[in-house]
Ligand binder design. Structure first.
Ligand code: AMP
Length: 109
């Protein structure tokens, strides 16, 4: 199956500029371009899955990994209160068909 290349493929592959705040071998986190809270980050796995709706037993570790990276990032930055959200499908508000976790906080960095 050929992947449709989304904005997040291009951010992941450094073809599109983004404010990257965290990166390791598995995950990239960047600022959302249209923030809906004082702090609005997106945690994106390097391995492509289009949505929570398409997660399989083989890729079921990815959402948990994103949550763990977001939790660690928040802890390191002293962010004590935040929301974590996955939008699923167009009806769930998902605009970009590449799995990502939103981290929103009233606490700016
Ligand atoms: P979703 O609606 O869950 O698919 O979230 C996609 C998010 O990506 C939205 O909150 C957008 O504001 C954000 N977004 C779109 N383009 C960019 C970009 N070039 N850099 C950073 N965030 C983006």
């Amino acid at each position: 199956m050929t992947e449709e290349r989304t904005i997040f493929h291009k951010i992941r592959d450094k073809e599109l500029p983004a404010t990257i705040v965290f990166e390791d071998d598995d995950v990239l986190a960047c600022k959302d371009i249209h923030p809906k809270a004082p702090l609005h980050l997106l945690f994106i796995p390097k391995h492509f899955v289009s949505s929570i709706a398409d997660v399989t037993p083989e890729t079921a570790h990815l959402p948990g990994m994103l949550i763990l990276k977001a939790q660690r990032y928040a802890k390191e930055k002293g962010i004590s209160g935040y929301k974590l959200t996955f939008h699923v499908g167009k009806g769930g508000g998902q605009e970009v068909p590449y799995l990502h976790l939103h981290l929103l906080s009233e606490q700016a960095l």
